[in-house]
Ligand binder design. Sequence first.
Ligand code: HEM
Ligand code: HEM
Length: 398
Amino acid sequence: MSATSITAPTTYGTVTKVFHWLTAALILAIIPLGIIATDMGFETNEQLARKAQLFTIHKTLGVAVFVVALLRILWAVSHAKPGPLHPERRAETLLAETVHWLLYASLVITPLSGWIGHAATTGFAPIWWPFSQSLPFVPKDDGVAHLAESVHWVFGKVMIATLLLHIAGALKHHLIDRDATLRRMWFGRTATPQVGYHRTTIAAPLAALLIVLAGGGTAIALGGGDAPEAETAALETVASDWTVQEGTLSIGVTQFGSTVTGSFTDWTAAIAFDPEATDVAGEVTATIAIGSLTLGSVTDQAMGADFFDAATHPTATFTAPITRTADGYVADGTLTLKGQTAPLSLPFTLTLDGDTATMQGQTTLDRLTWGIGQTMADETNLGFGVTVEIALTATRAP
Ligand code: HEM
Ligand code: HEM
């Protein structure tokens, strides 16, 4: 809708200007931060801390800009603004308006997809308070994270391209046309010609959004797809008095102050156990395929030489006699991990129902004992304590 009136605004309103330049300042910081942080190596402890810090700033400013963008769009659709200075240049006017709406669309979709990707993964570079690390309806799921990250990448690029056009256009008007385009978006009173004014309609943003969604969808379909899973040989089943029917073996680490949990999907346990015994009730040997660990967004990093070094030490082994304690049992033995053998005690509880046993145990180990993350000799990036939780159901061989 467009109309001419004696009271029509000739410049943008103060609120619009504040929104515009606040967004511009934030975006012009966020984009280089995102690119630099993504390209940064993390071979040393300091580099990793720096990378995480840049990502934390990128994410926090990103979420802030998302909130500002929503308010700004609400403001834009509910207030009049000056019309085009050269309405007769139809193609140029259409290009400028399309660019504006692509900017609005990417101002919403880029940070939202970044936030969804963050919420769907665990670990690495938390968003600062007061924004949440999680989002309603966003599960911790690799597929969701991968899709959101692809959308983030596409819309990040859409934003960069449209912004270059936008800034080039503003400079062209100011330096070549020498008209009031830039001045009427800048602060203070300025002599600007009376032109028709607009109210922003919802049809234009919807059209721009559809174009971008179609383009983004195609780009994701062409470039997307899950990364290939690393090949790891599955462990052979073991002969045992008790056969594990189902179970979970998970670990929790503290990275940059937040807990990141993960689990091993491939492990076996040979268990000899006599529930009637009063002292030593049996023994257990558990073998864990290190490569089967998923640990939030830091799985690949965890496999590296400084951490589990899965290529050189593909399995870990825990061997222990099982003894009765006052309130349950304890498997007090040794853990061989990354080529180092050291004592480890795993207290657990057990309930027996006929020939089915359900056990649950938890312990905490110090990662440095097994040389995990030796370059991280303090707890700034990664806490020393690693919690290990095991829960399983086993049945007695007939
Ligand atoms: C140095 C950077 C920037 C310059 C020089 C600049 C300049 C301008 C100018 C002169 C206008 C008024 C256009 C007109 O009256 O037709 C404008 C509008 C606009 N700018 Fe920017 N801008 C910059 C950065 C940004 C950024 C980072 C964004 C968002 C990502 C952005 C989004 C917009 C939008 C959406 C409008 C249209 C406002 C509306 O009519 O609703 N700009 N900009
Ligand atoms: C308007 C706001 C934002 C813009 C313009 C933006 C832009 C970018 C850009 C340009 C990159 C580099 C992509 C590349 O070169 O590969 C990037 C990476 C990234 N951004 Fe943002 N971002 C924004 C908000 C956010 C938010 C709110 C989050 C999370 C809460 C986030 C999380 C990330 C992450 C995790 C990466 C690394 C992606 C990867 O390695 O695959 N971003 N972002």
